[in-house]
Each structure stands twice: as C-alpha cells, then as structure tokens.
Design a protein around this ligand. Sequence first.
Ligand SMILES: *[C@@H]1O[C@H](CO)[C@@H](O)[C@H](O)[C@H]1NC(C)=O
Ligand SMILES: *[C@@H]1O[C@H](CO)[C@@H](O)[C@H](O)[C@H]1NC(C)=O
Ligand SMILES: *[C@@H]1O[C@H](CO)[C@@H](O)[C@H](O)[C@H]1NC(C)=O
Ligand SMILES: *[C@@H]1O[C@H](CO)[C@@H](O)[C@H](O)[C@H]1NC(C)=O
Length: 530
Amino acid sequence: MLLLKLSSLLPFLQTPSSSSAAEQKVLKDGKASPLNSKFERLVYENLDLWKVPGVAVGVVDGDSQWSQGYGIATYPDTKVTPSTLYYTGSTTKAFTAAAMSLLVDDNANYSNVQWETPIIKLIPEDFMLSDEWATNHMTIEDALSHRSGLPRHDYSYGGNYEGKTPSLQAAVRAIRYLPLTAQPRTKFQYCNIMYGVASHIIQTLTGKWLGDVLRERIWEPLGMKATFFSSDDAAKAPEHLAQGYVYYKEKFQPVREMDLTCVSGAGSVVSNVYDYSKWLKSLLSTSGPISKAGHKALRTPRIFEDGGDLPTPFTGPQAYAFGWSTGVYQGYEFFEHSGGMIAFGTDLIFFPALNYGLVAFANTAVTSNFLEQALLWHLVDERLNIPEEKRFDWNKKNKERLQKANDKYENTWKEVYPNIPNPPLPTSIPLQNYTGTYFHPAYNNITLEIKNSVLYANRSDATLKLEFNLEHVSGDYFMAYADSTEAPGTAFKVAAPAEFKVGPEGISKKFGLAAEPAMGPNGRIWFERV
Ligand SMILES: *[C@@H]1O[C@H](CO)[C@@H](O)[C@H](O)[C@H]1NC(C)=O
Ligand SMILES: *[C@@H]1O[C@H](CO)[C@@H](O)[C@H](O)[C@H]1NC(C)=O
Ligand SMILES: *[C@@H]1O[C@H](CO)[C@@H](O)[C@H](O)[C@H]1NC(C)=O
Ligand SMILES: *[C@@H]1O[C@H](CO)[C@@H](O)[C@H](O)[C@H]1NC(C)=O
C-alpha cells in the first residue's frame, strides 16, 4: 500500500491565476520579483503533485519584499492571499526562545533566569524527570535545543480525562513518568514537551499567558497585528483563517485542528506571510525588541542533528540552536525551521549574510512541508544563480521519504517478530479477556474493546487523536496499526509492536505498547489495568 499514489500523480499544468501587477513590477532598485510566472508554474505543479489546496509565500530580500497567495485557502472557493492566516506550527519555537531571551536579558526583574539556569530552580513544584541527575541539571538551554534526553512522547499529552480540560501544568508534571532515551546533552532528540516546559517557565515567572507575553513584547513592537496564539483569537481576526485539509480517499477533507493547550510554545502561533516577513526582517537586521545578545543566543548552534539516511544539499551537518536549525548551503550559513500541525505545514528560512529570508504556509500536514521545500529552495537557487543541473531534487528526496515511511509501516512486524512459530501460538486468553481500560500516569488511559472482531482503541482523549487495531501475531504479542482519527491516510500512520501480561486469573493485567519510536521496537510504555 502506498502512502500516496505517486505514479498517478502526474504533474498537471494549471492555468496560472493572474498575479497582481504591482507584485510583478520591477522595483526601483532593479530587483525583479522572484514570484514570477516561472515560479507560479512550479507552485501549481507542486500543489497538484503533493495534493495541497493552496500556499502563501513571502520573500524578503534586503529592502525589497514580495508575497503572493496561490490556490485555495478554504473550499469551495476562498483563495489564498498574503493576508490568509495559517497555523504556523513549530516555527512558534523561535518566538518562545525569543521571549525567554527577554527574561534572560532582564537582570533587574529576572536575575535568576540565565540560559544555563537549571529548570528545577525556576519551577521546583512542577519539574521532575525520571532520572535524578537529569532533574537537577537540566537547563533552559538544554530544553530549548532538544538535547534534554527526553524524546517526543507526542502521544502522551493533552486530553479531557474525567471531564477535566487539558492543562500545560499537568503535562509538565507528567514528564517524570516518561522514559528518557539518552543521557542529557549527548543527543539531539526533538521534543515538543520541552518547549511546553519553557512556556510554563515563562508563564509562571511573568504571571501571564505566553500568548500575551509574545503579543506585548514581540508582535506589537514589530507591528505584527495578524499574529495570534489561540484558535479563538485567530477566528475573530478580520483576516481569513485557512481551513486545514487531508487528501484522503481521493478528495480533500477538512480537518479539525488540534487543541493547543499542551502544545503552547511548541506550536500555537497563527499568522500570515505579511507578519512573518516582519519577523524575518527583524531576524535579518538583528534589531529589537530582541537584543543583539538575544539574537546571538538564538543563532548559536548547541547540538548536531542527525541528518538521516537520505542525501541533503548541505555542506556538513546541521545543528540546532534555539528554535532554529542551522547549516551551510552553497557556502552560506542559513537558519531554517519547519512547522507541522495536524493539517498545516510551514517553512521558514533565512540567510543572514545575504539579508534574505523566505516563508511559506500551506494547509495539509507533511505534504505541505514537501511542497514548501521544493518551492523555497527553488527560490534560493534562483537567488544564488545555481545552474539547473546542480540543483538538489527535493521532490525526489521527499518521495523517497514517503516510500521509506510506508515500507517501515508495512515491514515493522517482520523486523520485530522474525521468528514466530508456524502456525503462530493462539492468544493465551479469549480476546474478550484483554478488553478494558489500562492506565499510564503520563499517557493516561487506553480503552481496548472488540470492534470488527479485533482489539481496537480510540485515543480521542489526547492532543494527537488516534485510533488503532491490534492485529494478533503470536501468543500475547500483537502489532498496533494506528492512524490519526482527524487526518487519516498518510502522515500519521504508525505500526508499533504491543504485548500483554496475563495474570493467573486469565485476565490481562498490563498492556505494553511501543508508543515512543525513540525507545526502539522493543521499548514499551506499560499501561496497567484499572
Ligand atoms: C522590571 O522591573 C522594573 C523596575 O522594578 C519595572 O519598572 C518593570 O516594569 C519590570 N518589567 C517587567 C517586564 O516586569
Ligand atoms: C481511567 O479510567 C478509569 C476507569 O474508567 C477511571 O476510573 C480513571 O479515572 C481514568 N483515569 C483518567 C486519568 O482518566
Ligand atoms: C472515537 O471517540 C470519539 C470521542 O469519544 C468519537 O467521537 C468517535 O466517533 C470515536 N471513533 C470511533 C471510530 O469509534
Ligand atoms: C476470562 O475471564 C473470565 C472472567 O471475566 C474468567 O472467568 C475466565 O476464566 C477467563 N478465561 C480464560 C480462558 O482464562
């Protein structure tokens, strides 16, 4: 089963919509718009290839800037414009780090906040990791650079358990129950919850919601009036908020956006390319409201990233700073961050030495990011006059990525269970005896029931909502085949081994699920029957 029917996605040239004359005009300083008709053709080819309804693109080049919308923001016919609002996902992290820099700078009010301050000194009531040394030594710097030792555990947080609304504090407090998968400071492991910790620190110390801190201290000074930190505020804005979609069963289906409470400073921003161009300008000019020292801190590499198995066009490895990944392209240092929500994808890139920055927002998960890589790196190549034959083929790489993800989904069971008896052992108890509710103090409840003759769970009580079937392998061993309940079909499908521990009464007592990929296929999050 292919994630996307790649062979059937023959690029199809759509008649380009006419761009506004002003944006195509050669500007006074002689720079022609990079968002020209050649680019427009590339946009429509890629919207079709990656099955994305629309995209907004912004370019800042010295004193010049251009922005343009392409395609659909909301079906049936609301078109994308540069004003269209999008969820900007993890590009939020740079704002959270910037807000932290303001506290670090402010030695009058927050002398206790430095980059190397142990987190436990700031939120002693709430912060604890599963390891004592890590608890006492984890710093703000570690949290913001994804080198804490804690992996994502993205399926743990959120939820409306027992009628309670989700809370960031509860998610932060639950970290103590989440296994670490590396020694602190030894490994880059992207971790959204650690940005939740950073948010909780800022909110606790300032006594304000992070959205207010960002608005008052960063967005208002930069004139970013169309930038928000909650779905409700974005919905009230005069600008149109794009609808997120999933391309599923051969059509675009609207997706309900996820609850942002626990996402917080990891990915709650809603904005448009006009406002993000203002942000890019402040990053390029290293001007206020962030201090020079703050800009420097945000750009300082802290740990090398694992570039993965597929090729990249970059020189040497990439490293993570604070809310930015940094590397070298064609001899130029660049900073980049993507953003991904359940039905949105963002990319943001800037080259300080070129005084050049780019932003793109689009309204699907993952495939939007692929589209944006093809478009934004094309613009960079045009800007640097890279000959066509020397350009990196982002679409080829991303098709390979999808293919690899799909192969992994299909083949994990064979890798995890290479030697099962033939025929496999039957389950030790009837399926009915595995059903019931199991609890983990951070991942909360999983309720297993029998649906269509297999064990089934519906994790609607979490920020990332998913459902899974347990397919029997042998004895008390299973494979969980999970998918998002909100945006099914491509981006969020996972195959993970699972097993039960059966008690002497013939009832399962524990359910173990390989819920965190960084723990490896034999790692288990153990849920106990309640
Ligand atoms: C910092 O402290 C000064 C002096 O006490 C005060 O005027 C100012 O409002 C404080 N700023 C913040 C952001 O708390
Ligand atoms: C988990 O489910 C059990 C049984 O329904 C319930 O008593 C408990 O309160 C639930 N826990 C949470 C955190 O929702
Ligand atoms: C999963 O649970 C949610 C919330 O309880 C419910 O709306 C949804 O219909 C359930 N899905 C299935 C397939 O049972
Ligand atoms: C299944 O559970 C019931 C109790 O609900 C128990 O009486 C029965 O023995 C169990 N079946 C087996 C095969 O252990």
